[in-house]
Design a protein around this ligand. Structure first.
Ligand SMILES: *[C@@H]1O[C@H](CO)[C@@H](O)[C@H](O)[C@H]1NC(C)=O
Length: 976
């Protein structure tokens, strides 16, 4: 959201190309950022020099020190250009095989920011005690695990991770490592002449190739924006001078890379250096509020996760660079089989984690052990969220709720955007429209629904705003470049200041604000609220309307004197962390909070959900939203979604229906709309669209058990809720670029939402010799191990959903107004037999709101189907009891408590009301539970006719009320 919209300067819906031009100019290109320009110029010089290019950095061998019995070594590093400057290198091999490489300047003029990892990591990783470093003449190396080896070459410095002798990741293999050391401004540099204007894109600086001047040969021959930098009307004072960090990270045996969200682009990252498909700018990580962002661009968006997966049919490896400053990443492919990336950061230390895989699941687990998993959300937050900027009054909310109920459309959450608050002083209700907020919330909560209300980080500088006053008195606001007083900027609330969450002095106070009761301490708290209100943190990049690139000046000062430039990308995470804790601790015992954040960093998955920000109501944005959600998912942020309908614009009914089809298959499912758009709540549509959307909402609700089960898995194992093809079929090279269809958890549901106008049919890619069933029509599709595309019907009322043969899908099919009302509803099981007649599936349940699951109060079942001697046996087993320690070691151990389990007792009577078996070879002769015949019905399959391979229909056995309960073990025999 941006101020122009309110000021009416820009017409939102018209002239998108003009709007794009306006927006792009607000944000820097690489050539407009001094350090990025320097980094790219370094790379250009290296390319030009070819083989003669030599990294000046080398390990100072006598300084090597190896910790006794530990896989840690430290060494000094020198640059031949500046022999007087010292750098320190440290390598640690963690006990799960992850290698951490750190390098910092030692005894420098100043200290580089080295705390990014401390915010991202859940704890200090355990270092292996088994691995021994072996130092040789040219390198030091350690072998470990399944054929892994890490090698640090001394001169020049190069760090490689190998597996089976093959290079997986190489740092500084191309000699682009450069840690600009702190220096004093020399008289020459203070001269009157301006640094030359930014080099035009594509042009290179003159290279002095005199060996006599190796510094110029390596660094360039001028102090390009070292001491001060301008952009548009802003000047960055850069008091610390140049301190950027450049490093090349190569994957010599991996042709495809994924990650570094968030960007509006393909999941398999395009190149940025002129090859095709390509961008010409590097991918940028600088959390930004980008107005009407472009649907295909390497530009920065609201969040940054500096993680990459490099993938080949042989292995997956990952890297995570714990850096919180602005970072640009060039991507290129030196050969068909390899990938090279070049990371250029404005400040901070080098702190890179090499995650050896070798499978995608292991990379997910390795990353989860570092930064934590997606926190298990309250179950209701997987329902439908209805948002709009703005619902204008408590009565407006009541009317919207009534209309949903009249149309029998399920919804769990109503949202309030900024206009609920008086003058955008968050927490303060705008009394005319919202005279009775507590009563409104109670009305919503009467059917177990919730409210989500926005709380942004900018505080109106007003004496009548207790939140600002108290923050100011405590001295916990971000400071301007001078380091004194309060930074003042412009945002929704007019003249505003920002809480500095890097200051621990803000933490307890912030948490207290959300208490719905009066505090003994006498500090202000939100008494006009209830524990049914959860929170939306927007604008936390932070967005500052009158700041450089719509954010804070980089020379602003945070706690401990760190500059904003050092911590910018981490900033938004600290805000959502403390809001999450605040909401959690409103009650005793705590309840699971829901917090949505726009800005995020590595680790933000621990604090809730994110969404892809202010998207446009266009087909392109609908399509790229899917790719963005997939990219966020593989980077740890599973609880993500893009706004249904698009924030800007008035989508036509067809587009809106398709957008709901996308939305119901996003982990986070919210409809949202801009202030200037026409109302578009689903009940406002005409038929047939209204009925279609109602069916989609209900479909989402029937599948909530699938979603919740997938969230359990991600919360303990790190493997994402949405799984793109390379994750599920890591050896299928054709699927590496597939990013418009994906699987939901381990359920076997494969979806391909339609994101084009006028579609009646689509192709779904099936890379295995397995049968897939259409979820609705039971049409049968056969894949091939060579990869095959099958035609699937996709008229407007149809969303392509296939069940992978071998899966069992648990659903709850009774329509309810909200998801908590389904807690005692019976289950339906869809058993989709594989081509060999087997299937399995999981169901995880707990109370959905408390933390009692952490002490073992949950139900976790495995359903199975096996075929032996013409008998198909369906079973239900207690996975909780069998897998006491089923979590990935060290990630999140959940101990199951089979004896004292109040939750399981509370749903003891819940039945399985129907079992549908797809793909039986023929009509059964009997279907029995404990020797007694059950009530069932069989519809024979239809063989494929003629050449149309897709016309076969599966046989369907429908067992009605099989008299089994969901918490019990049971076995049903189907005799053929
Ligand atoms: C979250 O907050 C706690 C204190 O409330 C703090 O210890 C922790 O470092 C914070 N983490 C992040 C990522 O903000």
């Amino acid at each position: 959201m941006r101020p122009w919209t309110l000021l009416g300067v820009l017409s939102l819906l018209a002239a998108v190309p003009d709007a794009l031009a306006v927006k792009q100019a607000d944000f820097k290109t690489c050539s407009q950022a001094g350090f990025c320009r320097r980094g790219r110029a370094l790379s250009a010089r290296a390319t030009e020099a070819g083989k003669s290019w030599n990294s000046p950095y080398s390990v100072d061998v006598p300084s090597i020190s190896i910790a006794p019995n530990k896989a840690v070594f430290t060494a000094g590093v020198k640059s031949s250009l500046y022999p007087e400057i010292q750098f320190g290198l440290e390598l640690r091999v963690h006990d799960d095989g992850v290698v951490r490489v750190r390098m910092d300047e030692v005894n420098g003029l100043r200290k580089r920011y080295d705390e990014a990892a401390s915010w991202a990591l859940i704890s200090e990783p355990v270092v292996s005690e088994e691995i021994q470093w072996v130092a040789g003449k040219k390198d030091i190396r350690a072998k470990y695990g399944n054929g892994n080896e890490v090698v640090v070459a001394f001169e020049p410095l190069k760090v490689s991770l190998l597996r089976g002798g093959k290079e997986q990741v190489v740092l500084n293999g191309n000699g682009l490592l450069h840690m600009e050391h702190f220096r004093t401004k020399t008289p020459a540099a203070t001269g009157t002449e301006e640094p030359e204007p930014a080099a035009e894109e594509g042009s290179e600086q003159v290279v002095l190739e005199t060996p006599a001047n190796p510094r110029a040969w390596f660094e360039g021959d001028k102090e390009d924006d070292w001491w001060e930098e301008r952009f548009s009307s802003w000047t960055d004072s850069k008091p610390k001078g140049p301190e950027s960090l450049s490093i090349d990270i190569s994957f010599p045996n991996h042709a495809t890379i994924y990650g570094i969200p968030q960007h509006a682009t393909d999941l398999a990252l395009p190149t940025t250096t002129g090859e095709s498909p390509t961008f010409s700018e590097p991918f940028r990580l600088w959390n930004s509020d980008v107005f009407e962002y472009i649907a295909s661009s390497p530009m920065s968006l609201y969040g940054s996760i500096p993680i990459l997966h490099a993938h080949s049919a042989d292995s997956t490896v990952g890297i995570f660079h714990a850096v919180g400053s602005e970072t640009w990443i060039d991507v290129s492919h030196p050969t068909d089989k390899s990938t090279q990336t070049h990371w250029i950061s404005e400040s901070g230390i080098l702190d890179i984690f090499l995650m050896p895989g070798p499978t995608t699941d292991e990379v997910f687990a390795q990353y989860a052990r570092l930064t934590g998993t997606q926190v298990l959300p309250p179950q209701w937050s997987l329902g439908y969220h209805q948002c709009r900027w703005n619902y204008i009054s408590t009565d407006d909310i009541r009317t919207v709720q009534k209309r949903f109920d009249e149309e029998d459309m399920p919804v769990d959450v109503f949202w309030l955007d900024i206009e609920y608050s008086e003058d955008h002083k968050y927490f303060m209700w705008e009394e005319r429209g919202f005279p009775d907020p507590v009563e409104m919330t109670n009305d919503v909560a009467a059917v177990e629904r919730k409210m989500v209300v926005i709380v942004d980080p900018h505080l109106k500088r007003a004496d009548n705003y207790p939140v600002y006053k108290e923050a100011s008195e405590r001295g916990v606001l971000v400071k301007p470049a001078s380091g004194d007083g309060e930074y003042e900027g412009w945002c929704w609330s007019g003249s505003s200041s920002w809480i500095d969450f890097f200051n621990p002095g803000a933490w307890a106070w912030w948490k207290d604000l959300f208490k719905p009761t009066k505090l003994a301490s006498g500090t202000w708290s939100w008494t006009k609220s209830t524990t049914d209100i959860h929170i939306w943190n927007d604008m936390n990049e932070p967005s500052v309307f009158n700041g450089p690139e719509i954010s804070m000046p980089r020379d602003n000062v945070h706690f401990n004197g760190w500059e904003h430039r050092d911590v910018h990308n981490i900033n938004g995470m600290l805000f959502s962390n403390h809001t999450w804790q605040a909401v959690r601790e409103r009650t005793n015992p705590p309840e699971r909070p829901f917090v949505l954040t726009r800005s995020f960093f590595a680790g933000s998955q621990r604090f809730g959900a994110m969404w892809t920000g202010d998207n446009l109501g266009t087909w392109e944005h609908m399509a790229v939203g899917i790719k963005m959600v997939l990219a966020n998912s593989i980077a740890g942020m599973s609880f993500s979604g893009s706004d249904v309908g698009g924030f800007f614009g008035n989508p036509e009914p067809e587009m809106l229906v398709r957008w709901y089809q996308v939305g119901i298959f996003n982990p986070f499912f919210r409809a949202h709309a801009h202030l200037d758009t026409k109302r578009r709540e689903p009940f406002l549509l005409d038929e047939p669209y209204k009925g279609m959307i109602k069916d989609l909402l209900r479909l989402r609700y029937t599948m909530l058990p699938v979603w919740y089960t997938a969230f359990r898995e991600t919360s303990v194992a790190g493997v994402p809720v949405l799984r793109p093809h390379y994750v599920v079929f890591p050896k299928d090279t054709k699927g590496f670029t597939v990013d418009d269809q994906y699987f939901i958890g381990s359920s076997g549901l494969l979806v391909k939402p339609i994101t084009d106008k006028g579609v009646t049919q689509t192709k779904v890619y099936l890379p295995e010799s397995q049968v897939y069933y259409d979820y609705f029509s039971h049409l049968v599709y056969r894949g091939s191990s060579k990869g095959r595309e099958v035609k699937v019907n996709a008229e407007l009322h149809q969303v392509p959903v296939l069940i992978r043969g071998g899966s069992i899908i648990p659903t709850r099919e009774r329509p309810r107004r909200s998801s908590p009302l389904m807690r005692n509803d019976p289950f339906t099981l869809r058993v989709a037999l594989s081509k060999t007649g087997s299937a399995s599936g999981e169901l995880y349940l707990d109370d959905g709101v408390s933390y009692s699951h952490e002490s073992g109060e949950f139900v976790w079942r495995r359903f199975g189907a096996t075929t032996e001697k013409k008998v198909v046996t369906l079973t239900s087993r207690d996975l909780g009891a069998e897998n006491k320690d089923a979590a990935v070691d060290g990630v999140a151990l959940v101990a199951y408590n089979p004896t004292k389990n109040a939750f399981a007792e509370s749903i003891a009577a819940v039945r399985v009301e129907k079992i549908v078996v797809l793909g039986l070879a023929g009509k059964p002769s009997s279907v029995k539970l404990d020797g007694k015949e059950l009530v069932w019905e069989f519809t024979p399959g239809v063989a494929a006719s003629g050449k149309e391979k897709e016309s076969a229909v599966a046989s369907v056995l429908s067992i009605k009320d099989p008299r089994v309960r969901v918490v019990e073990d049971w076995a049903i025999q189907i005799a053929l």
